[in-house]
Design a protein around this ligand. Structure first.
Ligand SMILES: [Zn+2]
Length: 281
């Protein structure tokens, strides 16, 4: 499912194609994707609007329209936003089509139908983020090591669960949480209270480097994910632990194991990610 690097890749592939184009009309085949405003207003408002910018916050892809409005798209599990030409086949999972003034189309496709779209004024976006309780983007240049550490202070519970909590830092899902924790040499079941400042520093560094490398690798395709041009990512070949149960750890060669924590699969090297504090090792 798309996480920060995948959404960033959708953004960078769509940006050169969409910027400056006008939406002639929108056809909606599944209204439940549209969360606000009412689908009728959504369609009526978008007609004739120009795409003036693209952005991202965490896993939300943002289309700026006429310099005044934002369309926030969340791909959830299996959503795809793909630039298409009129010959591109549609199927029963193509839920929205944006007809563009150059004759091309933007297709929203979603097998599991969990994706969402919200259209709002740019001025309303801050309120939208606080209503969704979205923390700073994991790659936000303003998110320093100190601010990152501060956001976890006073929290309790397993570090992996907190990394997945979008209100602390937004953009990380299960795949990258597993990769980041392995790179930081932190066991996913360690509690945040047990982590020393040096661990949080490692975690911050690992978060930045894993996500940046995944963006450079154009995201991870395990099943459904494709970018804005319909192409899969390539970072799956660089995953160190996620989905690699039984394979050797790239660092020490010990077999990677799978644990269930909080209903999600954690992939761990028990040697590289001890359950005890570093000083006790
Ligand atoms: Zn290892």
């Amino acid at each position: 499912m798309p996480e920060l690097p995948e959404v960033q890749t959708v953004l960078t592939t769509l940006q050169p194609r969409l910027l400056g184009l006008r939406i002639e009309r929108v056809e909606v085949f599944l209204e439940k994707i549209i969360k606000s405003p009412h689908p009728r207003e959504f369609v009526a408002w978008l007609q004739g609007r120009s795409i003036t910018g693209l952005g991202r916050r965490g896993k939300y892809l943002l289309l700026e329209l006429d310099g005044t409005h934002l369309l926030a798209v969340h791909l959830r599990m299996t959503g795809r936003l793909v630039y298409s030409n009129p010959d591109t086949p549609r199927d029963k999972h193509t839920h929205l089509v944006f007809y563009l003034n150059n004759g091309d189309e933007l297709h929203y496709h979603d097998l599991r139908k969990f994706g969402t779209m919200n259209l709002m004024l740019i001025d309303e976006f801050a309120a939208f983020c606080s209503q969704k309780d979205l923390g700073p983007d994991a790659l936000d240049p303003d998110l320093t090591k100190e601010l990152f550490e501060k956001r976890f202070q006073g929290r309790r519970g397993q570090i992996k669960k907190l990394l997945l909590n979008q209100s602390l830092v937004t953009g990380i899902g299960n795949i990258y949480a597993n990769e980041i924790l392995w790179r930081a040499r932190i066991h996913p079941e360690r509690t945040v209270q047990s982590l020393a400042s040096v661990d949080m520093e490692e975690l911050y560094r690992a978060m930045r480097s894993v996500l940046q490398e995944a963006v450079a690798g154009r995201g991870t395709t395990l099943r459904d994910y494709v970018d804005g041009e319909g192409n899969p990512g390539s970072f799956q070949s660089q995953l160190a632990v996620h989905g690699r149960e039984g394979e050797p750890c790239p660092e020490c060669g010990k077999e990677i194991i799978r644990l269930k924590t909080g209903g999600r699969s954690a992939f761990v090297c028990a040697d590289c990610q001890p359950q005890t504090k570093r000083s006790e090792v």
